[in-house]
Design a protein around this ligand. Structure first.
Ligand code: LLP
Length: 418
């Protein structure tokens, strides 16, 4: 887990005191360090491109803020998009259609047409989608998402590659599905699998790539079709706990690219990391409103609940927390950090050793960049919070908080009820 410097009892983030950022922009607030974001992108790009042609398709579902997308666009990233909304958001941030790969599931004809008409390559999820796309147009690059029969992930809710999954074309009908695509007038250019999210071990990635390699060669033998890329999906985990080891990205890249280079004629790999690129680039700052001793438990009541960060409530995910303005103080008790949502499941952290908290303290929640803001909601009629970008000691607002007006904007009360 990435930790941060202490300066006179203050947590430093992007060259600034986290406490000062909270004072200036209010809380809750997501804060991203631009340098970490760029560093993460470069590390994974360099790891794979040392061996073969590499396209890093940032999985923008993890965080689709325009400022972050603009940074990654300038780094040369490609995009994994799962909806036409994500496609258009990335285009707004400057990505050309050719650097986006659309991988939808349960896709409507209308969305398929919108995506295809934008000229975005489509990674097809089912035979039904193939047949429906053929009726719309066949002059765009396509690939297929294959269900490799191997899954991995930090929680059962995010495992995608297992046999019987709702995602992808089953591996045993993959070859003939490429045949059908050729019959329909398409020229498939790639093959893809995504096993799940947040796995640390290399083996499931290797097993899935093995399946893709075998299929690539069968497709070549059967139809004399050379695929341009193998896409190994995303899902590379990051450490959320202190002392948890990191995935060895250099080793993973070396093993996977060696398998592809020695096992096929394919010379380009696509990788779709979301979490790996944004997760530790961002912290969530939240203010301590309330301190409670409930007899058998101590609570720190903060202004971020599962409306702001849903991962602890939804997946039981661990997010490290620290008191940003007591960064060098000894831990004196154990606390649950809980939010303002009226549900018992509204917790950010459980049983954490922390210095004695006081009202007004600022709590930093680590690793909040992936699926943090992106999964936030307005539950309990709390407008979504701000996002800030920091860079070498200066901070800029990149998303303002919503207002109550925004909550009401699209609602209509019939005249007879007014
Ligand atoms: N490619 C595809 C096709 C995906 O479905 C996903 C994530 C990714 C790439 C990126 O996976 P990553 O590298 O970020 O693990 N909300 C959950 C994670 C859901 C992931 C969904 N698909 C969480 O907060 O852990």
């Amino acid at each position: 887990m990435r930790d941060f410097d202490n300066n006179g009892g203050h947590m430093m983030f992007g060259g600034m005191r986290a406490f000062d950022i909270a004072e200036r922009f209010g809380t809750p607030v997501y804060v991203t360090d631009e340098n970490i974001l760029r560093e993460n992108y470069r590390r994974i790009y360099n790891a794979f491109s040392a061996y073969m042609g590499t396209r890093i398709h940032y999985a923008c579902k993890a965080n689709s803020s325009l400022a972050l997308l603009s940074i990654l666009e300038k780094e040369g990233s490609f995009i994994d998009a799962v909806s036409v909304g994500e496609v258009r958001t990335c285009m707004k941030a400057g990505f050309p259609a050719s650097r986006i790969l659309y991988t939808g599931t349960a896709v409507s004809d209308r969305e398929l047409k919108e995506v295809a008409d934008l000229g975005v390559p489509v990674n097809i999820d089912s035979v039904s989608e193939l047949e429906r796309l053929a009726k719309i147009r066949t002059d765009i690059p396509i690939s297929f998402r294959i269900t490799p029969g191997v899954g991995s992930g930090h929680n059962a809710k995010v495992v995608t590659g297992s046999k019987g999954s709702k995602f992808g074309v089953p591996a045993d009908i993959a070859v003939r599905t490429y045949g059908r695509a050729l019959e329909l007038g398409f020229r498939p250019v790639g093959i893809h699998a995504h096993i799940g999210s947040g796995g640390q071990a290399a083996e499931p990635f290797m097993e899935a790539v093995d399946v893709l390699i075998e299929l690539t060669n069968e497709i070549k033998d059967e139809y004399d079709l050379d695929l341009e890329f193998i896409d190994m999906g995303g899902g590379i985990g990051v450490p959320y706990r202190p002392n948890e080891p990191e995935a060895d990205i250099e080793e993973l890249a070396s093993v996977i690219t060696d398998m592809i280079l020695s096992g096929t004629d394919v010379r380009t790999i696509a990788v779709e990391p979301g979490r790996y690129i944004v997760c530790d680039s961002t912290i969530l700052l939240t203010r301590c409103n309330d301190v409670k001793n409930a007899g058998i438990k101590n609570y720190i009541g903060v202004d971020a609940g599962f409306n702001t960060l849903i991962r602890p409530a939804f997946y039981d995910s661990y997010h490290h927390v620290a008191i940003a303005n007591k960064f060098n103080k000894a831990c004196e008790g154990k606390y649950d950090v809980v939010g303002p949502i009226c549900e018992t499941g509204d917790h950010i952290a459980r049983d954490r050793a922390l210095p004695t908290p006081e009202e007004g303290d600022v709590i930093a929640v680590y690793n909040a960049g992936a699926y943090g803001f992106a999964m936030s909601s307005t539950y309990n009629s709390r407008p979504r919070c701000r996002e800030v970008l920091v860079n070498n000691g200066s901070a800029e607002l990149i998303r303002d908080h919503e207002t109550e007006e925004d909550l009401w904007r699209y609602q209509i009360v019939p005249k007879r009820l007014r």
